[in-house]
Design a protein around this ligand. Structure first.
Ligand SMILES: NC(=O)c1ccc[n+]([C@@H]2O[C@H](COP(=O)([O-])OP(=O)(O)OC[C@H]3O[C@@H](n4cnc5c(N)ncnc54)[C@H](OP(=O)(O)O)[C@@H]3O)[C@@H](O)[C@H]2O)c1
Length: 164
């Protein structure tokens, strides 16, 4: 099993405001779908509840919560990091898809990072990605910058792999 993370971050590592995303860049959402479809996505209970149509199709959805008997239609529910890793141990690729709390606890166990770097500082950000020590990572791929017409945001993709 390869544990990966996929996240869109701003220049201050901002990733969200309250329960909401900072930006919706349509090409980035398509890339998210292309990368994660057919694989497992692992998310915190708050991120799951913010999905507009619930569990995402054509992917195994796993939700982590400390609540007993939490019901997440279309998703498997786990109560700890260890339980999540055990459940997914035979899955080829697992993408941690947020949010802030879940990125923080899984980052030390993560081998690959799919970053969307948004060239903007959102003053309204309240949720942040943990600090990444770039000495520990190799940049495998860099694409962009691209401009998103709808939001007027500039962004680029960076795929990182943890050094052995
Ligand atoms: N930019 C991006 O790519 C991106 C992606 C995803 C999300 N986001 C943003 O991130 C924000 C949400 O993040 P968040 O940090 O507020 O919430 P979150 O990480 O989605 O979920 C937090 C919840 O996960 C559960 N949890 C956390 N640690 C746990 C542990 N060790 N064991 C078991 N359960 C655990 C708890 O659920 P219970 O309270 O039920 O116990 C906790 O309340 C939103 O603003 C969203 O838009 C951004």
């Amino acid at each position: 099993m390869i544990l990966s993370m996929i996240v869109a971050i701003d220049q201050n590592n901002g990733i969200g405001k309250g329960d909401d995303q900072l930006a919706y860049i349509s090409a980035d959402l398509k890339r998210f779908k292309a990368l994660t479809t057919g694989h497992t996505i692992l998310m915190g209970r708050k991120t799951f509840e913010a999905l507009p149509k619930g569990a995402l199709p054509k992917r195994r959805n796993v939700v982590i919560t400390r609540q007993d008997n939490y019901s997440a239609p279309g998703a498997d529910v786990v109560n700890s990091v260890e339980e999540a890793l055990n459940l997914c141990q035979n899955d080829e690729k697992v993408f941690v898809i947020g949010g802030g709390e879940i990125y923080k606890v899984f980052l030390p166990k993560t081998e690959q990072l799919y970053l969307t770097n948004i060239e903007h500082c959102f003053d309204e950000a309240t949720v942040f990605f943990p600090e990444i020590n770039l000495d520990e990572w190799t940049v495998e791929c860099h694409e962009g910058p691209f401009a998103d017409e709808k939001t007027q945001l500039t962004y680029s993709y960076q795929d990182l792999r943890k050094k052995k």
